[in-house]
Design a protein around this ligand. Structure first.
Ligand code: PHE
Ligand code: ZN
Length: 894
C-alpha cells in the first residue's frame, strides 16, 4: 500500500475564496443527489491556476460554470479530486458560479464519514475530511463561507429535516416528499456542515442569553428515548450559563440542536448549531446510566457547546492546528466539570487518564507533538496527546498568568480572531500581548513529542539553614530539544504539618513567583537550583501541586515524607498523589521481587506502611461517614490502586506475565488485610445514601467510595461480600450500583456472576447502550471460557460490526481490560485481535485504527511477547487496505 504524508511545512493559503455555498440534497438511501452551487473567486494576491476541488467516492453527474454546461475536456476527475482546467476558467468571468451535481450512496457508507444512515436516519460527519465524500469542494478548514441547505425527502419516512443555522421554510412537495431550507449566517469551514433527516422525538427548552437573545434548545433522539434526554438538556443549559460567567461568551444563533445517533465513530461533533452526538453522550437516566456515564454526558455536551467559540467562531487554519480548538475546548470542559462537581476529584480523574493512556501514547511509536508535523490519515490524530496533553498545555497558561490573566488573553484572542482560521501561535500571541509577558518559550510545548522528566534532588545545609532544590529537566523522546517552560507549584510543611511560608526568600529568585496565592517556581533551563534560606530542617516539600505541568517528576521521596504529606498537605491532589506513590512503589517492588525470585503470587504482601495509610483513610471514612462536607470521591480514589496501565508504564521491558500475577494478588491481599474496614465502609456509606438517585458531588462520591469498598471486599474472597453484591444487584436501585456489583462479581467471582448476567441481558436486551455494558464486561473480565468466550460474543445475534459502540465494547474492552487473555502466553490473544482488526478494516477503517493500538506497544515487552506481537503486526501490514490502519502499523514497525 502506498500513502502520502501531508506536512505542516507545506502549508499554502487557499487559491480561491468562496463567497457563498448553496447545497440541495434529494435524499434516498442508495442514491442521494447533491447539487452544489458555489460562488467563488481568486483569493487576494493569487493568480489563476487549475481549480482543485476535493471529492471522494462521488459519481459526477454534471458541472456548469456560469450556467454553461462543461464538456469533459474542460475538467478532469481523479480518485480524490475534480480539477477544472485553468483554460476553462480563463474563458469565464469571475466570480465563478459553479453548479456541480453528484450522486452518492449513503446506505453503503459503513465508514460513517460523509453522509450515512444510522438506524434508517440520515446524518453526516464531516470532520476532519468527510465533506469531500458529500460533494466536490475545498475541503480544508481555512476556506470559510455561508451555507444555505435545502433538504428534500419522503415526508413519512423522514419527517424531521435539519441542517445548520436557522430554518427559513418548510414546505410539502408532490409525491409525498417535503423540503426544508436552512440558512447559516455565520461563515464556517465545511467540516462544520451537518444535515440530519429521519423520524425523531424532540425535547425542547429555552435559554435567554446574557445579551437577551432567546434561544430554542432542541434535543432529537429516537422517540422511545425522549425521557432520557433531561440530563443532557440540564447540562446544556448549565454550560451556556457557565461560559457567560467564566468567559463572557454567549450563544449566537436562535436555535441550538443536538441529535443523538446510535452509529457514530467518536463521542460527538460540534457542527454549527446542529451537534451530532453518539447517543452514549446524550441518553442518561438513573436506571440505565452509571455516574460515570452521566458525567460523560455532562462533559461532552459542554465540550461541544464550548466549541461554538473555541473551534467554530475561531477555527483552525489547517489540521496541524487541531489542538488549538481541542486542547482549549477540553481545558474549558475540564474547568466546567470542576465547577459543577468536585475540582480536586476532576483533576485526579484527568491526571489518571493522562498518565495511564496519554503517557503511553507519547512513549510509543505514535508519539507526536500536540502540533503534529505530518500525517497520512488525519483521523489518526484525534489523540489523547492532541486533546488531553493539549489541554494541559493550555492549563499552563492559566497557571502562569492566573485566571484573570488567562481571561484577558482569551478576550484578546476573540477580539483579534473572531471569524478567522488561525494557528496555535496566534493563541500564544494573544496570551502574550494581553499580559505583557514573554511566552516565546511556550512554543516548545507544541513542538516536542514525549513526556518531559523533571528530576529533583533536595538537600539541607544546616549551617546556612538553607534548602537546595536542584531541578533537571530532560525529554527522553527529544534529548536535544530546547528546555521547556515548566511551572512547578510548590509548598513546604514542617514537622508539625504546618505550611511554611516561602515569602521571605521570594525576593532572591526571580523564578519563584506567587500566582493567585500559590507559589510557582518557573523552570526555564535544563538545570536550575532554588535556594531557600532561613528555613527549618524539618520541612517536607510538596512539589508539582495540582499537577501543575504534564511531566514525570523523578523525586525519590522517603515513605515517611510521603506519609507526612498524605496527612498534612493542603493540596488534595498531592495528598492523593502521596498515597498513590506509596502504593505504586510497593507494587513495583513486589513485581521486581517476584520477577527476580520466581516467587508465587501467594506470597504477595502489601508493605506495612501501605496497610497503615489505607487503614487510616478507611477509619476516617467510617468515623466521618455522616458528615456532608467531605469529598467522598477523593477517598474512593485514594483507596484505589494505580491503574494497571500506569503500573505497566513504570517498566522497561514490561514483565507482563509477572505483573498480571502480582497485580490481582496484591488487590486480593489488600482486600484480606483490611476486609473488616472495607465491609464497614461499604455499610456506613450505604446507610447514608438515600434510595432515590441524586446527581451531585456528595452522592456520586459516596457511591464511588461504597463501590470501591465493595470491590476490595469482594477481592478478599469473603462470602459475605458476595452476598452483599448479589443483594445490591437484586435491589436494582440504579445502574451505578447494578454495574458495580456485576463488575466486582465478574472480576472476583465469575461463576456467581453468571445468573445475574443472564438476568441483566433479559432486562436490557432492547437498550443498545446498556447492552454494550453486557458485552464489555464479558469481553473485559470473562476469563473462565478463555478466548473462545470472547469469540462467542462476536457470534452473538446482538453483536454488530457496523455499530462502533458495540465493536468497542468487545474489541476495546478485551484489549484494554482482559490483559490475562490478551497477553496469554501462546500469543493467541494478539492474533485474535489482529484478525478482528482486519475484518473491521473493510467496514470501518477509522474504528479499526483505534482497535489496533494495543498491539503497537510491542517494543516495550519482553522478547517472547515482542516476537509474537511483531509477527502479528507484520502480517497485518501486508494485508491491510486502509491508510488509517496502515499508518499506525507502519509506524509501529519502523
Ligand atoms: N471534534 C469532535 C470533538 O472533539 C471530535 C470528532 C472528530 C468527532 C472527528 C467526529 C470526527 O468534539
Ligand atoms: Zn472537541
Amino acid at each position: 500500500m502506498h500513502a502520502e504524508a501531508k506536512w505542516l511545512k507545506d502549508y499554502q493559503p487557499p487559491v480561491f475564496e468562496v463567497m457563498d455555498l448553496k447545497l440541495r440534497f434529494e435524499l434516498a438511501p442508495t442514491s442521494t443527489v447533491v447539487t452544489n452551487s458555489l460562488c467563488c473567486q481568486l483569493a487576494n494576491g493569487q493568480v489563476l491556476s487549475d481549480m482543485l476541488l476535493d471529492g471522494e467516492c462521488l459519481t459526477l453527474v454534471s458541472i456548469r460554470l456560469n450556467d454553461q454546461l462543461l464538456a469533459s475536456s474542460d475538467y478532469r476527475v481523479t480518485d480524490t479530486q475534480l480539477i477544472i482546467h485553468q483554460a476553462t476558467l480563463a474563458q469565464a468571468v469571475a466570480p465563478y458560479q459553479l453548479d456541480i451535481v453528484t450522486e452518492i450512496n449513503p446506505q453503503a457508507n459503513t465508514a460513517l464519514e460523509g453522509l450515512y444512515l444510522s438506524s434508517g436516519r440520515f446524518c453526516t460527519q464531516c470532520e476532519a475530511e468527510g465533506f469531500r465524500k458529500i460533494t466536490y469542494f475545498f475541503d480544508r478548514p481555512d476556506v470559510l463561507t455561508t451555507y444555505q441547505t435545502t433538504v428534500i425527502a419522503d415526508k413519512a419516512k423522514y419527517p424531521t429535516l435539519l441542517a445548520n443555522g436557522n430554518l427559513v421554510s418548510q414546505t410539502d412537495l408532490p409525491d409525498g416528499r417535503h423540503q426544508a431550507v436552512w440558512v447559516d449566517p455565520h461563515k464556517k469551514p465545511c467540516y462544520l456542515f451537518a444535515l440530519v433527516a429521519g423520524e425523531f422525538g424532540c425535547l425542547t427548552d429555552h435559554y435567554t442569553t446574557a445579551e437577551g437573545r432567546e434561544v430554542l434548545l432542541e434535543i432529537y433522539t429516537e422517540p422511545r428515548h425522549l425521557a432520557k434526554c433531561r440530563h443532557a438538556m440540564d447540562s446544556l443549559i448549565a454550560s451556556m450559563k457557565w461560559d457567560e460567567q467564566r468567559f463572557g461568551l454567549s450563544y449566537d444563533l436562535d436555535r441550538y440542536m443536538i441529535v443523538a445517533v446510535d452509529d457514530f465513530n467518536m463521542g460527538a461533533m460540534e457542527n454549527k448549531g446542529l451537534n451530532v452526538f453518539n447517543s452514549k453522550f446524550v441518553l442518561a437516566d438513573a436506571d440505565s446510566a452509571t455516574d460515570i456515564d452521566s458525567e460523560g454526558v455532562e462533559a461532552v455536551i459542554a465540550h461541544e457547546y464550548f466549541h461554538n467559540w473555541t473551534g467554530n467562531r475561531v477555527t483552525c487554519r489547517d489540521w496541524f492546528q487541531l489542538t488549538l480548538k481541542e486542547g482549549l475546548t477540553v481545558f474549558r470542559d475540564q474547568e466546567f466539570t470542576a465547577d459543577m462537581l468536585s475540582a480536586p476529584v476532576k483533576r485526579i480523574e484527568d491526571v489518571r487518564r493522562l498518565r495511564s493512556h496519554q503517557f503511553a501514547e507519547d512513549a510509543g511509536p505514535m508519539a507526536h507533538p500536540i502540533q503534529p508535523q505530518s500525517y497520512i490519515e488525519m483521523n489518526n490524530f484525534y489523540t489523547l496527546t492532541v486533546y488531553e496533553k493539549g489541554a494541559e498545555v493550555v492549563r499552563l497558561y492559566q497557571t502562569l498568568l492566573g485566571r484573570d490573566g488567562f481571561r484577558k488573553g482569551m478576550d484578546l484572542y476573540f477580539q483579534r480572531h473572531d471569524g478567522q482560521a488561525v494557528t496555535v501561535d496566534d493563541f500564544r500571541l494573544a496570551m502574550t500581548d494581553a499580559n505583557g509577558r514573554n511566552l516565546t518559550q511556550m512554543q516548545a510545548w507544541y513542538q516536542q513529542a514525549g513526556t518531559p522528566k523533571v528530576a529533583v534532588k533536595i538537600t539541607y545545609q544546616p549551617e546556612q539553614q538553607a534548602w537546595l532544590l536542584d531541578f533537571e529537566q530532560h525529554n527522553p523522546k527529544a534529548p536535544k530539544a530546547d528546555p521547556l517552560l515548566i511551572p512547578i507549584k510548590l509548598a513546604a510543611f514542617d514537622g508539625q504539618g504546618r505550611a511554611w511560608s516561602l515569602a521571605t526568600c521570594a525576593n532572591d529568585d526571580a523564578a519563584l513567583t506567587q500566582v493567585a496565592g500559590e507559589w510557582v517556581y518557573l523552570l526555564t533551563e535544563a538545570t536550575q537550583t532554588l535556594r531557600v534560606t532561613g528555613a527549618p530542617a524539618d520541612l517536607v516539600w510538596s512539589l508539582l501541586r495540582d499537577f501543575s505541568a504534564p511531566v514525570i517528576l523523578d523525586y525519590a521521596m522517603t515513605p515517611a515524607d510521603r506519609l507526612h504529606l498524605a496527612k498534612f498537605d493542603t493540596d488534595p491532589f498531592n495528598r492523593w498523589e502521596m498515597v498513590q506513590q506509596l502504593l505504586l512503589a510497593d507494587l513495583i517492588s513486589q513485581v521486581q521481587q517476584h520477577e527476580a525470585h520466581q516467587l508465587d503470587s501467594q506470597q504477595v504482601r502489601p508493605a506495612e506502611a501501605v496497610v497503615t495509610v489505607l487503614k487510616t483513610l478507611l477509619t476516617e471514612a467510617i468515623t466521618d461517614s455522616t458528615r456532608t462536607d467531605v469529598d467522598w470521591a477523593w477517598y474512593g480514589y485514594a483507596l484505589s490502586l494505580p491503574d494497571i496501565g500506569y503500573v505497566i508504564e513504570q517498566f522497561e521491558p514490561v514483565p507482563i506475565a509477572t505483573l498480571l500475577q502480582v497485580y490481582p494478588a496484591y488487590q486480593r491481599a489488600l482486600g484480606v488485610a483490611l476486609a473488616d474496614l472495607w465491609q464497614q465502609t461499604y455499610h456506613t456509606q450505604t446507610a447514608q445514601l438515600s434510595t432515590d438517585y441524586a446527581y451531585n458531588a456528595q452522592a456520586i462520591g459516596r457511591r464511588l467510595l461504597k463501590n470501591r469498598a465493595l470491590q476490595a471486599w469482594l477481592a478478599s474472597g469473603d462470602a459475605a461480600a458476595v452476598t452483599a453484591a448479589q443483594a445490591q444487584y437484586q435491589r436494582q436501585a440504579h445502574m451505578t450500583d447494578v454495574s458495580a456489583s456485576l463488575q466486582g462479581l465478574m472480576q472476583w467471582h465469575e461463576a456467581e456472576s453468571e445468573p445475574l448476567m443472564q438476568d441483566f441481558y433479559q432486562r436490557w436486551a432492547d437498550q443498545p447502550l446498556v447492552l454494550d455494558k453486557w458485552f464489555a464486561w464479558q469481553a473485559g473480565y470473562g476469563k473462565v471460557q478463555g478466548l473462545s468466550g470472547v469469540q462467542r460474543l462476536l457470534e452473538h445475534p446482538a453483536f454488530s460490526w457496523t455499530n462502533p459502540n458495540r465493536v468497542r465494547s468487545v474489541l476495546g474492552s478485551f484489549a484494554r481490560l482482559n490483559l490475562a487473555l490478551f497477553h496469554q502466553t501462546d500469543g493467541a490473544g494478539y492474533q485474535w485481535l489482529a484478525d478482528q482488526v482486519l475484518r473491521l478494516d473493510a467496514i470501518n477503517p477509522q474504528v479499526a485504527a483505534r482497535m489496533v493500538v494495543p498491539l503497537i506497544q510491542w517494543r516495550r515487552y519482553q522478547p517472547q511477547q515482542q516476537a509474537q506481537m511483531r509477527q502479528v503486526l507484520q502480517d497485518l501490514h501486508t494485508k491491510i487496505a486502509s491508510k488509517d490502519v496502515f499508518e499506525i502499523v507502519s509506524k509501529a514497525l519502523e
